[in-house]
Design a protein around this ligand. Sequence first.
Ligand code: NAD
Length: 268
Amino acid sequence: MQHKFITFIGGGNMAQAIIFGLLQQGYPAHKLMVCDPNPSRRDIFAARGIMVSDNNIEAAIRAEVVLLAVKPQMMEAVCLPLQAVDFSHKLLISIAAAISLQRLHDLLPSAANIVRVMPNTPALVSAGMSGLFAAPSLAQDLKDFAEALLAAVGKTCWLAQESDMHKITAASGSSPAYFFAFMEAMQLMLMDSGIDENMARLLVQQSALGAAKMAEQNPQISLSLLRENVTSKGGTTAAALAVFNRCGLDDMVKQAMAACIARSQEME
Ligand code: NAD
């Protein structure tokens, strides 16, 4: 991919996940800059040879691409001073949940090229999933760059309509936490039954990884069939799945994802 100069405004968890993923993929450190008021956050990036600053305006001026990676509730306070910067020839990428393209245009009126992205933290291990959305008028080369940037740290998909961003938040932005919660519950049960913590973790995480890899490597087999293939009638797996059914796993997942979507809509 082309190595444009990218300034990250906000060097928190998500910026770190993307930046470390990019470095791992060979993106040159001298083409990256991180702006964050917190010195301990800046140190993390400086230690990897990345330029750091606490001056958002100066850092944005020198960038070809500005990636906004601050919390949604910080966006207005961060963008108002950035109105001093001419964004008309820059690509602006926002990874903030629930900040619409219209809101970004209102906050930075000179920004003509904007891509909204909903990434997730597995970008840190090059296994991210990002949903992207841009106005149809955005130039193809800028769309391609944004896609390549996120593809360097995982898989990508373009959304047909901006409102789908809420669903992407529930599907991938927030979902690593659902899987961690599930794994945590399994680990706890094993520990309660006398298995040592490390062994319990190994058993759970390797099984989760194996299941995800089987799903990835067999796209022609439905998830239902993958499940059925490890479920003999009247056997041990069937006994466990019957409890999930009885306790309403499907409904619980639906409700949790709906709550995530509703919260995302509320925050917009
Ligand atoms: P975070 O709190 O870890 O990082 C935010 C960073 O912004 C902090 O390091 C903070 O010091 C910095 N900051 C605060 N004020 C600033 C300012 N004026 N100028 C520059 N930097 C400033 O948050 P995060 O989890 O990395 O989330 C960042 C964005 O990514 C959010 O908008 C969130 O919606 C989005 N996002 C996060 C995830 C996730 O899994 N964490 C997933 C998808 C999208």
